[in-house]
Ligand binder design. Structure first.
Ligand code: 5RP
Length: 233
């Protein structure tokens, strides 16, 4: 069922998020992703807790935005300092291929999202079917978080790897800053034949703090679309 005024895509995101929340058990430490799909997860988790379910669950937010949302809804939060191992992370993605490789970072939270994903026993990605892609890079650039120091050198390096660079802007037209105060260069490479190889090159470069290729981190996927909701493990 749709909420009043809800678009199809928003409904698919919500349905995927609601299915994913069924994987949360009482007492779990849960990584809370960032973005509009992950926000549906936080809302659903809050609603279930308000019904007295999922007692003892604590969330590890992956962005300031998610932290603020969770706090406003009364979802108990913790940190990786208190809980260095996360039982289950539920997060969205911008693009997903058939090997469960992802592009993330459309919301700029890629660094904390990857830290939390790497600290997680299970990573469940929730998407609407429009995010499924034959090849990463087909629909979405690879976000690359760079230190402000020397960022133009990183832009030249990335162009040398074949990217068309768009420095991300904030809503006010000034350079977008991540929660860590870094910049994001959106790198359009086109469809990627070897995302692992690109990931290794990006990881070898000083000044690149993180990139939005999430490879080998996803354990499960919930996809919602016109044909229904599917949980792939
Ligand atoms: C934020 C992310 C998001 O998960 C991704 O951009 C998907 O966002 P949405 O659920 O709003 O479509 O990686 O950094």
């Amino acid at each position: 069922m749709s909420a009043p005024g809800e678009s199809d895509v928003a409904r698919f995101k919500r349905l995927a998020a609601e299915r994913a929340v069924e994987s949360i058990q009482p007492g779990m430490v849960v990584g809370l992703g960032s973005g509009s799909t992950a926000a549906f997860v936080v809302h659903r988790l809050a609603a279930l807790r308000a019904e007295g379910k999922l007692s003892g669950v604590v969330g590890v937010p992956t962005s300031v935005g998610t932290e603020e949302l969770a706090r406003s809804l009364g979802v108990p939060l913790t940190t990786l300092e208190e809980h260095p191992v996360v039982d289950l992370t539920i997060d969205g993605a911008d693009e997903v291929d058939s090997h469960l490789r992802l592009i993330k970072g459309g919301g700029g939270a890629l660094l904390r999202e990857k830290i939390v994903a790497q600290a997680s026993r299970r990573v469940l990605i929730v998407v609407d079917a429009g995010k499924l892609s034959p090849r990463l890079g087909t629909h979405w650039p690879v976000p690359v978080e760079v230190l402000p120091f020397g960022w133009r050198s990183q832009a030249l390096f990335l162009e040398g790897l074949g990217a068309r660079i768009t420095p991300r802007q904030g809503r006010d037209g000034t350079p977008y800053r991540t929660d860590q105060g870094n910049l994001v260069l959106d790198c359009a490479f086109g469809p990627l034949e070897h995302p692992e190889e690109l990931a290794m090159r990006l990881e070898a470069r000083a000044g690149i703090v993180e990139h939005g290729l999430f490879i080998g981190l996803t354990s499960e996927l919930v996809v919602a679309g016109p044909d229904g909701v599917e949980h792939r493990r």
